[in-house]
Design a protein. Structure first.
Length: 340
C-alpha cells in the first residue's frame, strides 16, 4: 500500500527539514542504520516520485496511441469498436493489459495525503489489474456481442482470466499480510491509515469472494465493477487536490491565494468537473441504452473512456509539477517510530 512506505523506518524527510551541511543530521541517520546522508536520500526520493508520476502519464499515452493505431490502420473489424476495453481482443491487447497493470502498481506505490486520498489511490491501484485481466464481455471468438444481445467473456479467454486473477489474489494476499504487519502489528500508523487499510482489505475480500463463489457473474461484470469505481476514485482525488491547492501553497489562513495557487486549484477543479460531468453523461446514456430502447451513439463508451483517460493524464501532469520539489504532499509524511 502506498501509505505503508510512510510507516517504514528511516523514511526520508523532505530536504528542507534538514539544515544544509548539518553533520548532526547525517550522524542521526547513521545511528538508525542508514548509510546515505538524509539530504541525499530526500533528493533521491523526490526524483523517484517525479519519474514515477511521469511514467504514469506515459502509460496513458502509450495505451491511447496503440488503440488509435489499430483504429486507423488495423483490420477493418477493429476500426469502429465501441470502447477502449474492446481492444483487448485486438493486437493492442498486450499494451492494454500491461499499461493497466503498471498503472495499478504505480497508484498503490504513490503516497497521497493520509486518509481519503491515500486510501483512494490504493484501492484504485488494486482495481486497475482487474480491469486488465477480466476483459469486457464480447461475443464468441472476441467478436462484437451476438445479435440477440448475448455478451460474455469468450470461452477461449476464460482460462487465462482465471489464471491471471488467481495470481492477483495471491499477490494481494501477500500485500495485505505485509500491510497488516506494518500497519497493525508494529503500531506505528495513524487512525486514518488503519481505516484505509481495512477498507482496502474489504474490497480485496469482496472481489475474491465474488470470483470464487459466483464465477460466471464475475466474468460478466467484474470489468465494469472495477473500471467504474477506479475512475470515480481518481475523480474524487482530483477534487481533494483542488480543495487543498491554495492552502498547500500559501499556508496562511485568510491570506489571498497567490496566482500560482489559484492556477493549480483551477486546473484540479476543471479536471474533476470534466470527469464528474462525463460520469453523469455516461449514466444517462446507460439508462437510455438499457431501459429506454437505445438510440445512443454507437461509440459513446469509447469517447467516455478517452475523456476520462485524458483527464487523468492532465491531473497527473498537474500534480507532478505541483509536487515537483516535494515529491508528495506534506500531509503524507509521518515521523517514524524509533526502533528498540
Amino acid at each position: 500500500m502506498s501509505n505503508l512506505s510512510a510507516q517504514l523506518p528511516d523514511t526520508p524527510r523532505p530536504a528542507a527539514a534538514t539544515p544544509a551541511g548539518a553533520g548532526a543530521g547525517a550522524g542521526a541517520g547513521l545511528k538508525t542504520g542508514a548509510i546515505t546522508p538524509p539530504r541525499v536520500r530526500a533528493s533521491a526520493s523526490v526524483r523517484t516520485y517525479r519519474y514515477l508520476r511521469l511514467s504514469l502519464v506515459g502509460l496513458v499515452v502509450l495505451l491511447l496511441f496503440c488503440v488509435w493505431a489499430e483504429r486507423l490502420g488495423g483490420a477493418e473489424v477493429n476500426r469502429h469498436l465501441g470502447s477502449i476495453s474492446a481492444y483487448y481482443y485486438t493486437p493492442a491487447r498486450s499494451v492494454f493489459v500491461g499499461a493497466l497493470v503498471a498503472i495499478g502498481i504505480s497508484l498503490v506505490a504513490i503516497v497521497g495525503r493520509r486518509g481519503f486520498e491515500d486510501t483512494a489511490l490504493n484501492i484504485a491501484g488494486m482495481l486497475a489489474p482487474v480491469v486488465a485481466f477480466v476483459p469486457t464481455p464480447r461475443g464468441a471468438g472476441g467478436a462484437p456481442c451476438d445479435p440477440e444481445g448475448r455478451c460474455s467473456v469468450p470461452p477461449e479467454f476464460v482460462p487465462s482470466v482465471v489464471n491471471n486473477v488467481w495470481g492477483l489474489v495471491a499477490l494481494g494476499a501477500l500485500g495485505l499480510g505485509l500491510g497488516a504487519w506494518i500497519v497493525i502489528g508494529r503500531r506505528q500508523s495513524s487512525r486514518a491509515t488503519r481505516i484505509g487499510f481495512f477498507l482496502a482489505a474489504a474490497v480485496f475480500v469482496a472481489f475474491v469472494l465474488w470470483f470464487r463463489l459466483a464465477r460466471d457473474s464475475f466474468l460478466d461484470a467484474a470489468h465494469f465493477g472495477a473500471a467504474v469505481p477506479l475512475f470515480g476514485l481518481i475523480t474524487a482525488v482530483a477534487f481533494v487536490n483542488a480543495r487543498h491547492a491554495s492552502r498547500r501553497r500559501d499556508g496562511i489562513p485568510g491570506r489571498k491565494p497567490s496566482r500560482e495557487a489559484k492556477s493549480y486549484r483551477m486546473t484540479y477543479a476543471v479536471v474533476a468537473g470534466v470527469m464528474a460531468v462525463t460520469f453523469a453523461v455516461a449514466i444517462v446514456l446507460t439508462v437510455v441504452d438499457q431501459f429506454l430502447g437505445g438510440g445512443t451513439p454507437d461509440e459513446w463508451v469509447l469517447w467516455v473512456e478517452v475523456v476520462l483517460l485524458v483527464s487523468f493524464a492532465v491531473f497527473w501532469v498537474t500534480q507532478t509539477f505541483d509536487y515537483w520539489n516535494d515529491g508528495l504532499p506534506e500531509e503524507a509524511s509521518t515521523q517514524p517510530t524509533p526502533i528498540g
